[in-house]
Design a protein around this ligand. Sequence first.
Ligand code: SAM
Length: 251
Amino acid sequence: MPLIRFVLSQLIGWAVVFAALKLGAPLSGFALAISQGALAALASRALRAPRWWHAFHLAFTPLVWAASGLGIPAGWYLVAFTVLALFYWTSFRTQVPLFLTNAATTHAVLELLPAGPARILDAGAGTGSLVRPLAAARQDCQIVGIEAAPGPWLIGRVLAAGAPNVAWRRGDFWAESWADYDLIYAFLSPVPMPEVWIKAQAEMRPGARLVSNSFAIPGAVPDFVVPATAAGGRELYVYSPAAKRKAPIKG
Ligand SMILES: C[S@@+](CC[C@H](N)C(=O)[O-])C[C@H]1O[C@@H](n2cnc3c(N)ncnc32)[C@H](O)[C@@H]1O
């Protein structure tokens, strides 16, 4: 789990630095901070964390050390932590951060909606930047947005208030049945895509589409791909999960 590896790397860095201090190493201030950072980065590498985490470890303690010299009141750190926690919530576990679908991509998604009335799910709906324009453009469709993080959910709740065809919910899209939707939109990260495919194949009904912004499902063949040039700089991978479902083996 990424969080455990992060904490472990930091602890290893501190343990070695403390041992060096005990042995009389002349470390203090920036030298101490950068030594801990370098050791934590090495530990992160040894624990096979993703490469970009090594850079975080290298910079973490030196940045804390530098910030401590700025005289910022401690309360501001709590405020910053609280805001980040409200917006990024369980991203450390899900590895799906918040970033928003742009207007051009939304337009491309609109083109993929069924011609008639339909139920659409934005799985991990952020602030509703896709949900609202879809709902406005397609009054005949019910657009459901499910978002886990309280910060973006609250913004979406305020902005979507009064839209008759939006169901805006706070929750976990994994706990939702995907059987009732004609199109499910996912703008997540590479990490959950294999699991998304398993759920989509198990639950989505024949004819229903799964549209993944930017992240292809490993090993699954899309029906087609809307190129980035036609979708606001993001590729849209369009799948029909039920059609790819393996038929049960008859005995
Ligand atoms: C990349 S953002 C996309 C936001 C929105 N769909 C858009 O296109 O503008 C992904 C969002 O999914 C949310 N998320 C991740 N896992 C989730 C889960 N299991 N249930 C609900 N939301 C989740 C994250 O909090 C984040 O806000």
